[in-house]
Design a protein around this ligand. Structure first.
Ligand SMILES: Cc1ncc(COP(=O)(O)O)c(C=O)c1O
Length: 283
C-alpha cells in the first residue's frame, strides 16, 4: 500500500515518524476519514471544513490549503488498486523535545493512507445490527476529531467483547453518540437527532442524513434525546462514513425496535444509496 508522509508517497513499510512525534507521545493531533466511492471522495469540502475546525480547536495551523489537500487525497486514491476506499488523513503537532506546552518550532506531521471501504453486508442492511450501551466517559470536546481516542477505543472494545458492532453512549441521562458513529432515533415517524454540541462529533453522515430527510420530505427534529426516550424509540440508527446508515435491532442483548429495521430506516437507506456517486453492491 502506498501512503503519503510529509510530502512523499511511499510503501507503508518505508514510512517512518520520530518517536518524539507529539501524536505518539500525547495524541496531539487531528484526523479525518473520507469515504471514496468509485474513486470519487464523498463530501470532500465538508470533510475539509471539519478538518479546519478540528485544527482550530487544538490551535494548530493548517499545513495545507484546500487545493493542496485535494491534490494529495486524489493522488493517494489513484495509487490504490481498489475503487471504494476510506482515506485516513492525520495531522500531528510534529516531533519535539517532550514538554506538554506547544513547541515553538515543530513542523506538523502529515500522514495519509487509504484502505478498502468496509463492505456492508445484506444481513447488516436488511437485518440491522446489535449494539450495547454504556456511560460516556470521554472528555468535553468530542466535537473535535482528535487522534486522542482512548475513550472511544475502550467503548468500542466493550461492543466487541459483547458481540456487538457499536457502543451507544449516554452522558447525564442523555444520548450522545456511539464509539465511532452518530446515533439518531425515530419516534412516532419523526427522526430525532441530538444537537451538534461539544459532546458529539459533527458527523458528515449525520449531516447527509438530515439533508436527505429534508429533501425527501421525512420529518425530523434536532434536540436532546433522553436515555429513556432512546431506549423506547421506534427506531435507532447508527451513522458514519464507513457504516453509512445502519439500523439497530438488538440492544444490550435484547431485540430492539421489533428486531428488524423500521420503515423510516428503509426509506433513508434508499435515499442514501441514491445520493452516492454510485451504489456499492452489498456482499
Ligand atoms: C465518535 C464519532 N462519532 C461520529 C462519527 C461519524 O462521523 P462521520 O459521519 O463523519 O464519519 C465518527 C466517525 O468515525 C466518530 O468517530
Amino acid at each position: 500500500m502506498t501512503v503519503y508522509l510529509n510530502g512523499q508517497y511511499l510503501p507503508i513499510g518505508e514510512a517512518r515518524v520520530s518517536v518524539l512525534d507529539r501524536g505518539f507521545i500525547y495524541g496531539d493531533g487531528v484526523y479525518e476519514l473520507i469515504p471514496v466511492y468509485q474513486r470519487e471522495p464523498y463530501r470532500l469540502p465538508q470533510h475539509l471544513v471539519r478538518l479546519q475546525r478540528s485544527l482550530d480547536g487544538i490551535r494548530l495551523a493548517n499545513p495545507c490549503r484546500d487545493e493542496q489537500w485535494e491534490a494529495i487525497i486524489r493522488e493517494v486514491i489513484a495509487r490504490q488498486p481498489f475503487d471504494d476506499q476510506g482515506v485516513y488523513l492525520q495531522v500531528t503537532r510534529g516531533a519535539a523535545k517532550r514538554d506538554h506546552a506547544f513547541p515553538p518550532d515543530a513542523v506538523p506531521t502529515v500522514f495519509m493512507m487509504s484502505n478498502p471501504l468496509p463492505v456492508l453486508t445484506r444481513e447488516q442492511i436488511e437485518g440491522g445490527v446489535p449494539v450495547v450501551t454504556a456511560a460516556d466517559e470521554r472528555w468535553l470536546h468530542c466535537d473535535l476529531k482528535t487522534i486522542s481516542l482512548l475513550g472511544n477505543v475502550l467503548a468500542r472494545q466493550l461492543a466487541v467483547d459483547r458481540g456487538a458492532v457499536e457502543t451507544v453512549l449516554f452522558r447525564d441521562g442523555y444520548l450522545t453518540e456511539a464509539s465511532a458513529s452518530n446515533v439518531l432515533i425515530v419516534n412516532r415517524g419523526r427522526i430525532v437527532a441530538p444537537p451538534k454540541d461539544n459532546l458529539i462529533l459533527p458527523g458528515i453522515t449525520y449531516d447527509a442524513t438530515l439533508e436527505l430527510a429534508r429533501d425527501g420530505g421525512l420529518p425530523f427534529e434536532i434536540r436532546p434525546v433522553t436515555r429513556q426516550e432512546a431506549l423506547a424509540a421506534d427506531e435507532m440508527w447508527l451513522s458514519s462514513s464507513t457504516k453509512e446508515v445502519l439500523a439497530v435491532t438488538t440492544l444490550d442483548g435484547k431485540p430492539f425496535a421489533g428486531g428488524k429495521p423500521g420503515p423510516v430506516y428503509r426509506e433513508m437507506y434508499r435515499l442514501f444509496q441514491s445520493s452516492k456517486p454510485r451504489a456499492r453492491v452489498p456482499a
